[in-house]
Design a protein. Structure first.
Length: 124
């Protein structure tokens, strides 16, 4: 599997995205950013990325996560990641992404944290 499958669930007022497979350059048709932009356009600005089943991530995948995080922030929302595998956590830590985007061990913790974020107006 060299593509990302994204499953979507609503938990309270937070959209949980179950990302599966690989987040690599070959994933252009399964863009996380495009997916979340659609959700934001529908009014869903609080997102948790469940990375439990993410087998591999490269620099393009990391870029997608950062771009998505920034997009939600500019729209007045927020994002966290949860259930990060040891290998993916190692990559996110090496890139210092863990200092910007909160990582939680469980989905419940991430949903609770993101649900507490206030809705703020979109930035210009």
């Amino acid at each position: 599997m060299h593509w990302t499958d994204i499953g979507e669930r609503l938990v309270r007022d937070v959209v949980v995205l179950d990302v599966r497979g690989h987040m690599t350059l070959s994933d252009s048709d399964a863009s996380l950013y495009k997916y979340v932009t659609r959700l934001a356009d529908e009014g869903h600005l609080h997102v948790v990325l469940n990375l439990q089943h993410l087998a591999y991530i490269d620099s393009v995948g990391i870029g997608e996560i950062v771009r998505t995080f920034l997009h939600l922030g500019h729209r007045g929302g927020g994002m966290a990641v949860c259930s990060v595998s040891a290998r993916t956590r190692e990559v996110l830590t090496a890139t210092r992404l863990d200092t910007v985007i909160h990582m939680y061990d469980s989905e419940e913790q991430a949903v609770a944290a993101v649900a507490k974020l206030p809705e703020s107006p979109e930035l210009p």
